[in-house]
Every structure is written in structure tokens, then in C-alpha cells.
Design a protein around this ligand. Structure first.
Ligand SMILES: Nc1ncnc2c1ncn2[C@@H]1O[C@H](COP(=O)(O)OP(=O)(O)OP(=O)(O)O)[C@@H](O)[C@H]1O
Length: 242
């Protein structure tokens, strides 16, 4: 792994019986990069991400994440990354403050650190009025922003976002992306899956998975040149249609 790579993947494969859900993918992600991980439904994105975050064993291939090996150092990976998905989110029946405190504890922060983070987050996200409200009563966009902030509580090197903005309006998605840019500018690497092609345009580089394989990987600009189209939606359609 060179100094600039925080994720290095080589021939990574996951078989379910005879079916290769992830079929020998190879790529690298640089420090501080916003890396878009795209693919149609069922292309294998979630399966690949689960291997990278150390919760699913690869069938074969190599992967190093945040300096740790996915086979032998999965626990170290978990400590050094943040993860947010629509399935793994905050507790609806705890308040905003309680969620932050709870996850701060899970991530191993001291009481003092939790108190500091709590104050910063509430202020940054403008949550003063709802700090003692149940998360379940917040609009989805707020929950997503809070959930992203919580995934960064322990200052991870890399944050993995699995369709973080599903179901909210474009303005709220744009605000969410402002948060992503900020995290990236502070040196956090962002690995993000999305179905929204406008979001693909916001990434530094984008990979596109088709049937378990990475069929394209480059900056949005270069991908558009390569496929001779003027937007990422058309790049995606050309690839996904084969
Ligand atoms: N535990 C499993 N057992 C068998 N097949 C599985 C399992 N998990 C996923 N698959 C299959 O692997 C393929 C890839 O699934 P995966 O969830 O990784 O796709 P995805 O790109 O994340 O799709 P989506 O965008 O819908 O989340 C699919 O065909 C899926 O049915």
C-alpha cells in the first residue's frame, strides 16, 4: 500500500454457491478522496462494501483498508472506519442527545470527548431545538445528516456510506453533500454508493459495477469523455445496458 492509498483491493471475490456476487474487483482509493461506488440494483455493491468494512469474509482476493487486512485484522478496520446505511441507522426511540452519547460510547470515546462532540454537533447541525426530541420524530433528511455525523464521531480515516441520501429531496441531498465535502477536505476518505447520478458528478472518482465486475473507473469528466456523453446518467446507462 503506498502512502496515499487508504483502500487497496485486488481480485476481491465473494461467491454465494456458484454465483459470483463480487467477481475479482481491483481498485485503489486515495486519502481524502470522495470515491463513488456505483452499480445497478444487485450489481454487488453492498456485498463488496461488507467485505471492506470487515463484516463479511471474502471468498478470495486481497483487500487492505485503513492499513489493515480484511482477513486477519477486521476488528482494527472496524475501529478505524465509520459506516452509515439506511439499514444501520440511529435509534428512533432515543433522543438526538441520547443517540450521540450512545454511539460515542460504542466508538470508545471518553465522557469528556462525548460532551465536546455533542456540543459541536448540536451547534453545527442546528439541532438545539430538537436535541431532546426522539430521533424517530425528525424528518428523514435530518436523520441522515445526524447519522452521518455520528458515523464520524470517532474521527475515522474512512467513512463508508451506503445510499446515504435515499428518499430525500434534492436540496436536502445537496446539504448532505456539503457535509461530505467538509469531511473530505479535513482528510477523511469517503466511500459512497448512490443511485443518484447527480451525486456521481460530485465524486472525485467513480467506479461502476456491472454483474459483480468493475466495468469503469475514473473521474466523472474522463468517464464522460470515454463514453462520449455529457452526463453520468448516460455513462451509467451505456454501461448497464452493455
Ligand atoms: N447472502 C446472500 N446469499 C445469496 N445471494 C446473495 C446474498 N447477498 C447478496 N446476494 C446476491 O448478490 C448479488 C449482489 O447483491 P448486492 O446486495 O451486493 O447488490 P447491490 O449492488 O448492493 O444492490 P442494491 O443496489 O440493490 O443494494 C445479488 O444478486 C444478490 O441477490
Amino acid at each position: 500500500m503506498n502512502n496515499n492509498n487508504v483502500i487497496q483491493v485486488e481480485g476481491l471475490t465473494k461467491m454465494f454457491g456458484d454465483f459470483a456476487a463480487v467477481d475479482a474487483i481491483t481498485f485503489e482509493v486515495n486519502k481524502g478522496e470522495i470515491f463513488g461506488f456505483l452499480g445497478a440494483n444487485g450489481a454487488g455493491k453492498t456485498t463488496a462494501m461488507k467485505m471492506l468494512i470487515g463484516i463479511s469474509n471474502p471468498t478470495s482476493g486481497k483487500a487492505n483498508v485503513a492499513g489493515f487486512d480484511v482477513y486477519s485484522q477486521a476488528e482494527d478496520i472496524k475501529k478505524n472506519i465509520g459506516y452509515m446505511s439506511q439499514k444501520f441507522a440511529l435509534y428512533d426511540d432515543l433522543t438526538v442527545k441520547e443517540n450521540i452519547t450512545f454511539f460515542g460510547g460504542i466508538y470508545g470515546l471518553s465522557r469528556k470527548q462525548i460532551k465536546e462532540k455533542l456540543a459541536i454537533l448540536i451547534e453545527e447541525l442546528g439541532l438545539e431545538k430538537v436535541a431532546n426530541k426522539l430521533v424517530g420524530d425528525l424528518p428523514l433528511g435530518w436523520k441522515q445528516k445526524l447519522s452521518f455525523s455520528v458515523s464520524l464521531l470517532h474521527d475515522p480515516k474512512i467513512v463508508f456510506l451506503d445510499e446515504p441520501t435515499g428518499g430525500v429531496d434534492p436540496i436536502t441531498r445537496r446539504q448532505f453533500w456539503e457535509m461530505i465535502y467538509k469531511a473530505s477536505s479535513e482528510g477523511t476518505t469517503v466511500f459512497v454508493t448512490t443511485h443518484y447520478m447527480d451525486e456521481a458528478e460530485y465524486c472525485d472518482r467513480v467506479s461502476i459495477m456491472v454483474n459483480g465486475k468493475i466495468e469503469a473507473l475514473d473521474t466523472p469528466k474522463k468517464l464522460k469523455e470515454q463514453f462520449e456523453v455529457d452526463n453520468m446518467n448516460d455513462v451509467f446507462l451505456k454501461l448497464a445496458r452493455g
